[in-house]
Design a binder for this molecule. Structure first.
Ligand SMILES: [Zn+2]
Ligand SMILES: [Zn+2]
Length: 377
């Protein structure tokens, strides 16, 4: 799985930073990396997006809580799905213009930068794993229908046997100049050439299989690394494995939703695991060892004398690993169900009748103290 930087690390704030600190940190980064200040600088743009994504999550109480417990996997749609409403406020006082930049950068639909590089769309897929696999973590191959490099032209977009020629629009420079009204006044700006996507070269003749785009839709295999402890419905993100961008923009991400088959024994809530475990009538009365199957294997638990049916015992640290906190584990809760014997032979019946008689005798004779002693000793 492609590693995503920690949002707190991205903004350079502590895990317990308050909202004001987070806002200040983001504002500083946004000022430094804003695309209007760094035209054509891909690295600055990436930094700006990363910081904006981090801010969108950490500035929202609910999202921040989800991120703190589940990590980036909690957010299924990545950049394109974030809610950037409200972020215009913070930009109002920096750039005077509001937050439209976000929809441009994250593919939200504004067209003012139609000719600029645009990130490709995210692609969703899913993969089914077993409960055991969700505990250990696993690798799965999946097939996704996606745009890939055209095999005829190997992504060049040129008809086989032909090459490239200098782009007529930009004269091979890869950029075109234009004048723009901005918050800094009228500025001459450079823009990536829309005809050659900044390469300065265009195909002499277009590839007939991909119509010069360099991409064809195809079934592609991906190996998905699923981390131990992943929960049903969570996503694994393969950064840059989505649809190709346009005008030289980066690919979107591949978001793989993990579906976990239900287990006959284990159920799960958060990182805790729950089971029902049957114990015998005598074990419940007299106490004794009971074996509980956990994800770690069999664990022996000593049942207290006089255990009632429905008692829940906790096996600390025998739950699911946390995908977010390295080494952390949930607990295993076993609900003890007492099996009442139904088919007794003669000897067993007589033993129980003797027991019953002894109990009645004590009730008639002794007080509470006597009853307890007689019952357990
Ligand atoms: Zn082609
Ligand atoms: Zn050009």
């Amino acid at each position: 799985m492609a590693e995503k930087r920690d949002y707190y690390e991205v903004l350079g704030v502590a895990k317990d930073a308050d909202k004001d600190t987070i806002k200040k940190a983001y504002r500083k980064l946004a000022k430094k990396y804003h695309p209007d200040i760094n035209p054509g600088d891909k690295e600055a743009e990436a930094k700006f997006k990363e910081a904006s994504e981090a801010y969108a999550i950490l500035s929202d109480d609910d999202k921040r809580r989800r991120y703190d417990t589940m990590g980036a996997a909690a957010f299924e749609n990545g950049g394109a799905g974030f809610d950037f409403s409200g972020m215009g406020d913070i930009f109002g006082d920096i750039f005077g213009g509001g937050g439209d930049i976000f929809s441009d950068l994250f593919g939200g639909g504004r067209s003012s930068r139609r000719n600029g590089p645009r990130r490709g769309a995210d692609v969703q897929a899913n993969v089914r794993i077993t409960f055991d696999e969700s505990f250990t973590g696993t690798k799965k191959d999946i097939e996704v229908n996606i745009q890939d490099d055209c095999p005829t032209c190997h992504g060049s977009g040129c008809k086989p046997g032909t090459g490239k020629k200098t782009c007529g629009k930009c004269g091979g420079k890869g950029q075109v100049m234009f004048t723009q009204q901005s918050i800094f006044g009228m500025v001459r700006n450079v823009q990536t050439c829309p005809d050659c996507n900044g390469t300065g070269q265009v195909a002499e003749a277009k590839c007939p299989d991909c119509y010069g785009t360099g991409f064809v839709r195809t079934k592609k295999r991906f190996e998905v690394t699923i981390p131990a402890g992943i929960d049903n419905g969570q996503y694994v993100r393969l950064a840059g494995k989505g649809e190709p961008g346009t005008n030289g923009g980066p690919r979107g991400d591949l978001l793989v939703q993990v579906i976990i088959s239900s287990d006959p024994e284990f159920t799960r809530e958060g990182t805790d695991i729950f089971t029902e475990n049957h114990i015998s009538f005598t074990t419940a009365v007299l106490g004794g060892p009971v074996r509980v199957r956990t994800v770690d294997g069999m664990v022996e638990y000593e049942v207290k004398p006089g255990t009632e049916s429905g008692t829940r015992v906790r096996l600390r640290g025998k739950g699911m690993p946390s995908v977010r906190v390295n080494g952390a584990r949930g607990d295993h809760y076993a609900t003890l169900i007492i099996d009442v014997p139904t088919h007794l032979n003669k000897a067993q019946k007589e033993a129980l009748q003797a027991f019953d008689a002894a109990m009645k005798g004590e009730e008639a004779g002794g007080g509470k103290e006597g009853k307890k002693k007689g019952f357990f000793k």
